[in-house]
Design a protein around this ligand. Structure first.
Ligand code: ATP
Ligand code: MG
Length: 245
């Protein structure tokens, strides 16, 4: 579904090389976790995949079409939630639908269903300031899913959460991913998160990022995997690779 081919990116008039010949593909309905050292170029890579960065060499094709800019089919969830503080949870969730001309009926039905699924319906009249970090992130997820994307790009979406909130949201995310047949790419610093969520795990080198290895991890997304011996073995293997960078 997504093909990234020979992606290279420089900043500062070519003086700062950030991505070095990155190629990979993602199948429809698959999930990829990307892990690599701070500053290596992970966020830059997601921006390229989302269509927000236009100047790079190489190509990205989605469903056989080369991307030329952002698309409604691709949702991008950022680390800092991006919620509008002066709008309520309900208004935040409806915002993208409103901008994209969804009918009032569709906005109401979609927002109600998503907030219910994410356990936030009782907070719909609150402003973001009243919510915990985990709740804010759930609103950001609801807002992105409201547009019925096919692809979900996430940049360290749970990094500000404690372990309990993080694992709860990971579980919710796997349900949403499977129920909606989404294709996911998640950037994370957290090894357990990469192994729990990524059916393939891309390990990047330090800057300029190149692909060090791609690990197949077919049990990702199964709730029982979290406590399986194979899960811990894979975490150990990824840890070793990350430590060697
Ligand atoms: N718009 C920009 N202009 C110039 N340099 C930039 C720009 N965006 C990012 N960089 C630089 O490119 C490098 C990679 O940044 P990027 O944000 O992609 O890293 P990252 O892997 O996501 O890091 P982290 O794990 O800390 O989030 C960094 O050195 C950063 O300073
Ligand atoms: Mg980043």
């Amino acid at each position: 579904m997504i093909y990234a081919n020979a992606l290279c990116k420089h900043f500062d008039n070519g003086n700062l090389e950030v991505l070095d010949n990155i190629s990979f593909h993602v199948d429809d309905g698959d999930s990829i976790a990307i892990i690599g050292p701070s500053g290596c170029g992970k966020t830059t890579l997601l921006y390229i995949l989302s269509g927000l960065i236009r100047h790079f060499s190489g190509t990205v094709t989605i469903n056989e079409k080369e991307i030329k800019g952002p698309s409604r089919k691709t949702a991008f969830i950022l680390q800092d939630f991006g919620l509008l503080p002066w709008k309520t949870i309900w208004q935040n969730v409806c915002l993208g639908m409103k901008i994209n001309g969804f009918s009032k009926k569709e906005q109401n039905e979609t927002a109600e269903k998503l907030l219910l699924n994410l356990g936030l319906l009782q907070h719909k009249g609150y402003y973001p300031a009243r919510l915990s970090g985990g709740e804010k992130q759930r609103v950001a997820i609801a807002r992105s899913l409201a547009l019925k994307p096919e692809i979900l790009l996430m940049d360290e979406p749970f990094s500000s959460l404690d372990t309990f909130a993080r694992e709860k949201l990971q579980n919710i995310l796997t349900k949403i991913w499977q129920a909606n047949h989404l294709t996911m790419i998640i950037v994370t610093h957290n090894i357990e998160e990469a192994v729990f969520l990524g059916k393939r795990i891309i390990v990047l080198s330090g800057r300029p990022a190149s692909i060090k290895t791609i690990i197949n991890n077919p049990d990702a997304g199964e709730l029982s995997y979290r406590t399986a011996d194979s899960f811990f073995a894979t975490c150990k293997m990824v840890r070793k690779m990350v430590e060697d960078i």
